[in-house]
Design a protein around this ligand. Structure first.
Ligand SMILES: Nc1ncnc2c1ncn2[C@@H]1O[C@H](COP(=O)(O)OP(=O)(O)O)[C@@H](O)[C@H]1O
Ligand SMILES: NC(=O)OP(=O)(O)O
Length: 337
């Protein structure tokens, strides 16, 4: 099977952990071991997160007295793809996967008119106490929002419209190569006159880029791996309980936080709606069981006379190829200084 796997940034750096390279590499090694059974049996397209990492690089760059201008987010997005992609390719090899794994620094076209540019939702960097977050917001011109118990910087996260490197990814996949691409959602770029592209100051959601890739490549499954064992109904309440199987219509009717579970659910609903094939969300450590629907949450096509579309053909193309079902459900609105 062809699997598109979205791998959460939390799998590479746990909340509150020191972002040292050694710590992250240890997590990447564990992630590669968890993914090894899938990579051995199936062709894998791997989209990793970069929220903690790009936020860290941005702070370093903003605090570097040698720089007249801090590095912009598109450049930092490319840096995180190179760094994490290198770690993943190396550790998949070290985990004994014979298939070649290559990393593609991927660009994702976004729209200049995307309302997400006016309403930042993507958490980047580490968590702070509220007062410190507000101070940093004033000093650096950040938007900040509450992420669970902590406060973090938030940046714009526009819709992925097109992956520029898709033809190359398609070729590599056809040859059975494990392709690490769309890392951090891909570097967001804007189309300009004359066929030019320009980097955008944003971080695309890697779950949504993974869904776009899965649809365009005609993948058999979209598998979203993170740090929770399943999507939970009534999350954070005493009534909370895991969903093992749920159809896309039921899921579409629920609300999830925009900065965390929302995009994962959106991604699965889009894939299932466009292809009629199942998608799954679950814990990285359970990866083979999540794929086999023995763990995690499996999202299925709604029952009834729905006609799944042909493989590789999205429900609609271009911007808004699926609704964002989580928008507006962010915990604590973003605040500017
Ligand atoms: N309904 C829900 N069910 C499960 N987890 C949820 C839910 N709503 C929010 N979450 C949170 O979503 C987090 C996973 O999203 P996120 O932190 O963005 O993951 P990743 O970095 O792995 O992509 C979980 O750790 C959990 O705290
Ligand atoms: N770019 C992105 O979606 O990163 P996270 O998974 O770390 O949020």
């Amino acid at each position: 099977m062809l699997l598109v796997v979205a791998l959460g940034g939390n799998a590479l750096l746990e909340r509150g952990e020191r972002p040292d390279a050694g710590v992250q590499r240890r997590h990447v090694r564990a992630a590669a071991r968890a993914l090894a059974p899938l990579a051995a049996e199936h062709t894998l397209v791997l989209c990793h997160g970069n929220g903690p990492q790009i936020g860290l690089l941005a702070v370093e760059s903003e605090n570097d007295p040698a720089l007249a201008h801090p590095f912009p987010l598109d450049t930092l997005g490319a840096q995180t793809q190179g760094m994490i992609g290198y770690w993943l390719a190396q550790e998949l090899g070290n985990a004994g996967i014979a298939r070649p794994a290559v990393t593609i620094v991927t660009r994702t076209e976004v729209g200049a008119d995307d309302p997400a540019f006016r309403s930042p939702t993507k958490f980047v960097g580490r968590g702070y106490q509220e007062l410190e977050a507000r101070r940093l917001a004033r000093e650096h011109g950040w938007a900040v929002a509450r992420d669970g118990l902590a406060w973090r910087r938030v940046v714009a996260s526009p819709e992925p419209r097109r992956v520029l490197e898709l033809p190359t990814i398609r070729q590599l996949v056809a040859g059975g190569t494990t392709v690490i691409c769309g890392g951090g959602g891909g570097v967001p770029v804007l189309a300009r006159d004359g066929g030019r592209f320009e980097g955008a100051q944003a971080v695309v959601d890697k779950d949504l880029t993974a869904a776009l890739l899965a649809i365009e490549l005609g993948a058999d499954r979209l598998v979203v791996l993170t740090d929770v064992d399943a999507v939970r109904r009534d999350f954070g309440t005493p009534q909370e309980r895991p969903l093992s199987t749920v159809d896309a219509d039921e899921l579409r009717a629920m609300r999830f936080p925009a900065g965390s579970m929302g995009p994962k659910v959106d991604a699965c609903v889009r894939f299932v709606t466009a292809t009629g094939r199942p998608a799954a969300i679950g814990a990285l450590r359970d990866a083979p069981a999540v794929l086999a629907a023995r763990a995690g949450t499996t999202v299925t096509a709604p029952p009834g006379p729905g006609t799944p579309r042909a493989p590789g053909v999205p429900a609609t193309r271009g911007p808004g190829y699926g609704p964002r079902i989580s928008q507006g459900a962010m915990e604590g609105s973003a605040e500017r200084p």
